[in-house]
Write a protein that binds this ligand. Structure first.
Ligand code: DGL
Length: 269
């Protein structure tokens, strides 16, 4: 038994898709979420900048007495996980390994697509992890830089002509490659599941990387006998206006209850 909270961070709202799964799997856990909304997106930045931001995010969260951290951000996970793990003495879980394990288990054709930010695709992390698991898998990666700003604008509905057009532009080449499994390597993308599914077709399985990281954490805490039996809850912190965060957070969390958030100055960490 371990009642200490779990820290979760992302560049913005996307990581809340991982929190949604964490809440579903482990409702007794208390989650401290940080969304770096003043500096989103991370996915178009250099590795050095992403690491600097990720260290600050981690330092802020370490101000709480945490039992583990989930990096609910594909960009940070694929560029900085080993450094953050080496610098911290609590378990830190990223989204890459959990997502590729799921994709490798699902694919039959051994043709797997990965959609993510530019920095994630450039890192090659998903591709390397997939082929390390199964060398017969061919990986087709595609950056989708417009997805994050559209999601942050709440443009997620499949009938929205803008998101539809952008999704077709990004995804049709992957469909033509005949992938049967598509990894959503950015935690914002599960908000676009409906439109992505419509473009790719019902026979293509989608892997939600944030949700897979939540399942991986549950397995770890169970193995370590470190689950909580408390009431559970989510405390949200953001680096920009709390009101903006609160407005979109309920959409990402899929919870009706109003989400309260507190603004912090991340440059101090
Ligand atoms: N949720 C982040 C990720 O998974 C968003 C990307 C960004 O900040 O550019 O990569």
């Amino acid at each position: 038994m371990n009642k200490r909270p779990i820290g979760v961070f992302d560049s913005g709202f996307g990581g809340l898709t991982a929190v949604r799964r964490l809440r579903g799997l482990m409702p007794c856990e208390h989650i401290i979420y940080f969304g770096d909304t003043s500096r989103v997106p991370y996915g178009n930045r250099s590795r050095d900048t992403i690491l600097k931001y990720a260290r600050q995010d981690t330092r802020f969260l370490r101000g709480f007495d945490l039992k583990a951290i989930v990096i609910a951000c594909g960009t940070v996970s694929s560029n900085c996980l080993p450094q953050l793990q080496a610098e911290n003495d609590i378990p830190i879980i990223g989204v890459v390994e959990p997502a590729v394990r799921r994709a490798a288990a699902l694919t039959r054709s051994k043709r797997v697509g990965v959609v993510a930010t530019r920095a994630t695709v450039a890192s090659g992390a998903f591709q390397q992890a997939l082929t390390a698991l199964d060398s017969d898998i061919t990986v087709f990666s595609h950056p989708c830089p417009l997805f994050v700003p559209l999601v942050e604008e709440g443009r997620c509905r499949p009938e929205d002509p803008v998101i539809r057009l952008v999704a077709e532009e990004y995804l049709l080449p992957l469909r033509e490659e005949g992938v049967d499994t598509l990894v959503l390597g950015c935690t914002h993308y599960p908000l676009l599941t409906e439109v992505i599914s419509q473009v790719m077709g019902p026979e293509v399985a989608l892997v939600d990387s944030g949700a897979e990281s939540a399942s991986a954490l549950q397995a770890l805490l169970t193995e370590q006998d470190a689950l909580s039996d408390d009431g559970g809850g989510v405390s949200c912190y953001t680096s920009d206006r709390a009101a903006d965060f609160q407005r979109l957070a309920s959409l990402f969390l899929g919870e009706d209850s109003a989400i309260q958030a507190q603004q912090i100055d991340i440059s101090q960490y």
